[in-house]
Design a protein around this ligand. Sequence first.
Ligand code: AMP
Ligand code: DBH
Length: 550
Amino acid sequence: MTEPTIDAPGYPAEFAERYRAAGWWRGETFGQMLRDRAAEHPERVAIVDPAGDGRRWTYGELDARADRLAAGFLGHGIGKGDRVVVQLPNIAEFFEVVFALFRIGALPVFALPAHRETEITHFCSFTEAAAYVVADVAEGYDYRELATKVRAEVPALKHVFVVGDPGEHTALADVPTDPVVVEDPPRPHDLAFLQLSGGSTGVPKLIPRTHDDYIYSLWGSNEICGVDEHSVYLCALPAAHNFPLSSPGTLGALYAGARVVLAPRPSPDVAFPLIEREGVTLTGLVPPLALVWTEAAGTTAHDLSSLEVLLVGGAKFSEEAARRVRPALGCTLQQVFGMAEGLVNYTRLDDPEEIVVTTQGRPISPDDEIRVVDDQDNDLPVGATGHLLTRGPYTIRGYWRAPEHNAVSFTEDGFYRTGDVVRRTETGHLVVEGRAKDQINRGGEKVAAEEIENHILAHPSVHDVAVVSMPDDYLGERTCAYVVLREGAEPVKSIAIKKFVRERGLAAFKVPDRVEFVDAFPQTGIGKVSKKDLRAAIAARLRDTAATQH
Ligand code: AMP
Ligand code: DBH
């Protein structure tokens, strides 16, 4: 018997009972949570959106807006269990939309602003989405045109709602109506939304999260990161990403009755003035941005003294860079090693400096089960490096509509195979040592090798391709595509391969940074492409180039 969830394995009943009895699952829903906060302190500011003349929405206002939009969505035939692809920049409407959907039990599908036609078409068709929500133009890109293309490819997509000038679509501003009583609101153990996985397969997989499990990850994070009603969280990363959404993120801040400040971009010239003006107390960054911030802090004229905590995660933060955070920014560093599938680890605010700079933290929950295993799934002792498997009160038991993939990504007893290679210290902290999954981590932006390989293989001159990571000082890793051309094919330049990938309508961060042409791939003992050798080859090549340049 499992808890009823739609289209994905749920938590087995005995686990659900345990998580409830332990108090991890509080029986709350997102819709009710906002209602409660708005009742407690309607006049307190919830969201600061500095775009245009600046907007400050109180809890009362956000609650009322969510109600009106929820009623409007229902009026448009969108209801419980329906999927709605949400692709919005860091603007206040992001919260209006997702809370409206939460209230009626429709499931936001969290796309990133960087996604393009290929990804969005997949999300809309795979989830059989009822609607797609975009902004008119953001960062110079016209999402209405993207929506037009997606609609042509996914005729079942009924609605496109646009924040701002709708063009040929429907203005989101025209949707809200007088609030109605929602007849069949979602229950705490129901799905709340579908989050995206960075993945390692041909197409991104969808992660089904429930109200109960995600809300636990929020308040659990709040306790660890010291978030309370006095906190001010700056959302500098794309709001839909799991890290700024939940670790503790904007939703954690709203759960605590705190204030969320939205940064349209994460660069110091945008973020530092906001920190000063709004008295920001904590924020989260990926390692490359943390480096930029520590550099910029040295010369900034802005007062950053309100900043108490900087969370850094999404990719491995080097010890050297980690040591610079406190001296440069005058705040406490918390490393965070998390995944949209669930498990989140933090260094603690009172951990000794050595642990904070050399580990990626320990799990939120005493009920997070951690296994570090060898290739045969045998448990390894503390201190040994191996594959990280995990199970717990906010880690999924399976991806959405992916039974075949679930059979390999989860053990029979429900542990998620993270694909991360880690070591556990005596103190229970985890150190990320590498990765077994076929993925490139470009400074926190995950690229599934297979996905890019499939696109490059479609090029008429390409016979075979292998995409691997290459070391990079700034991003940690970049992508390198090794290509074998067809015999007798016209010679192709690497720029043409990059252009080809871009023109297939993919997020820019997925375009390979470098393309290398070879006659054949190195092979493993049993004749598979040896990506290990390819990674070593490109790393050596980069070292040689660097050496001749110095
Ligand atoms: P995703 O499954 O797309 O949510 O990405 C989660 C993955 O990001 C993890 O499984 C890790 O591979 C990587 N990751 C996240 N945070 C860290 C970190 N602090 N250090 C190293 N890798 C990280
Ligand atoms: O990389 C991630 O996916 C991630 C990093 C930090 C995450 O999902 C999180 C914290 O919750």
